[in-house]
Design a protein around this ligand. Structure first.
Ligand SMILES: [Zn+2]
Length: 448
């Protein structure tokens, strides 16, 4: 692609990203937050002149998503969807060096909430999509642009419901979305992590019961809070058996570690020691990639300082590995709680199994060919996302979905993790330039 065209598209991406950040579509998890309507309308206005077919879907007042479709020339050819969410998570303003919703361009970086999660991609996808249409070139398959609300609260008012109710509008075979193109330097060269799978969600609510009484005479009482403390402790100490699948093995082999360290990380018997020797941030991700995890994150209980509580409610964030079911979640809790298991009432808050897409696909090949243009010697490493993305809803419809994008060497895996939902979120213009180029290259390679 001509450099002056890429320069122009990069500038357009910067401006659109700034506008999306300034819209402050902050999703705090309540149905009335997010207000993605402003960004859905902004994106519609951006695409309007291209003449593309567009539809707005409002799942709740103000919770609007946009779908645009550029028809292909061959109705039997697979369709590609570029999906970006428009909502962002809340900020703690005091931790920021610059205005989190200012969208300022400072020393080659655009600052603001959403700069890496994922308004950088949502904006670059819109700019690339518009360019594809206005250039007049036609492709075999349809190309869909989906700017979706409510990803940050599990897609209840976005992808989860729209993929079910509006599949005619969203129908596609391939999806590109967030969490990919993350550079990780290995002992052999550069790796680019691209998400092909994500862990399952098995959030549970644990209700611990006891008997009420006067706090002045606790001896021999059945205090729900005391029992709940033991429940939390047992869950925190519980270690699920590690599972070292082919994604883990591919990731470790790609790191080209010293043979002894590599062997330990690929042996369930030595994994715990190998994790303990790693830097904390790396170990945290490595542990989550190899274990079903349990994090007790919410507790409610007690009414007054002098009343022994008869009920405490605990909420646990459980993330399952590929292949595990809701029954496996219960089995883990039974193992963790032991003799306390029967004394606790367990409810499911949310369940979605782990999902995975294969890599022997034309889309993966197109990504490899396109990403190595920016990083000629890099290897693409298929990776597991430990959190959740909207990919899972498309995968459950049979589509192949990857987390993609391209980050410059300045935003490596640990820097990306620091900025993701963190303070001082920002993206360098170089990453935006690489990413908008990536989308256009992928489209050129996908159907050839
Ligand atoms: Zn995101």
């Amino acid at each position: 692609m001509a450099q002056d065209v890429l320069d122009r598209l990069t500038n357009e991406t910067v401006e659109l990203l700034q506008a999306l950040i300034r819209n402050q579509c902050v999703n705090d998890g309540t149905p009335e937050s997010g207000r993605e309507e402003s960004s859905a309308r902004l994106l519609r206005d951006e695409l309007e002149a291209s003449g593309v077919d567009m539809q707005l879907f409002e799942t709740l007042p103000g919770r609007t998503s946009l779908v645009a479709r550029y028809p292909g020339t061959d109705p039997t050819a697979p369709a590609l969807c570029l999906m970006g969410h428009t909502d962002v998570v809340p900020v703690s303003v005091d931790g920021w060096l610059h205005d989190p919703f200012g969208g300022e361009l400072i020393d080659g970086e655009v600052w603001g909430r959403g700069a890496v999660d994922m308004l950088n991609l949502t904006s670059s996808m819109a700019v690339a999509f518009r360019h594809l249409i206005t250039s007049g070139k036609r492709y075999p398959g349809d190309i869909v642009y989906f700017a979706v609300a409510d990803e940050e609260a599990g897609g209840t008012h976005g992808a989860r419901v729209l993929i079910d109710s509006e599949w005619d509008a969203l129908q596609c075979d391939y999806v590109l979305t967030e969490w990919g193109g993350i550079p990780e330097r290995s002992n052999r060269g550069m790796n680019l992590l691209m998400a092909v799978a994500e862990k399952g969600i098995g959030w549970r609510r644990l209700i611990v019961s006891g008997s009420p009484g006067h706090g002045s005479a606790p001896y021999g009482t059945d205090n729900a809070l005391v029992k709940a403390a033991e429940v939390v402790g047992r869950i925190a100490r519980y270690q699920a058996t590690p599972q070292l699948d082919e994604l883990w093995e591919a990731r470790i082999r790609a790191m080209a570690l010293p043979p002894e360290q590599e062997a330990a990380l690929l042996d369930p018997g030595y994994l715990a020691d190998a994790l303990a020797a790693m830097p904390p941030g790396v170990a945290r991700n490595a542990h989550a990639c190899t274990h079903t995890t349990f994090s007790p994150n919410v507790i409610h209980g007690g009414v007054k300082a002098n009343v022994i509580p008869d009920e405490v409610v605990i909420e646990v964030d459980i993330r399952t590995l590929p292949g595990e079911t809701a029954a496996d979640v219960d089995a883990h809790l039974q193992a963790a709680l032991g003799d306390l298991y029967d004394q606790v009432t367990i409810e499911s808050i949310q369940y979605f199994p782990s999902t995975k897409s294969p890599t022997d696909t034309p889309l993966w090949d197109a990504l490899v060919r396109s990403a190595t243009k920016a990083y000629p010697d890099a290897s693409l490493v298929p990776s597991l996302v430990t959190g959740g993305t909207d990919s899972r809803f498309f995968r459950s419809k049979g589509a192949v979905a990857y987390g993609a994008g391209l980050l410059s060497p300045a935003v490596d895996a640990s820097e990306f993790a620091r900025r993701f939902h963190g303070h001082d979120e920002r993206i360098d213009v170089e990453s935006l330039r690489m990413t908008v180029g990536l989308w256009l290259d992928v489209v050129e390679h996908l159907w050839t």
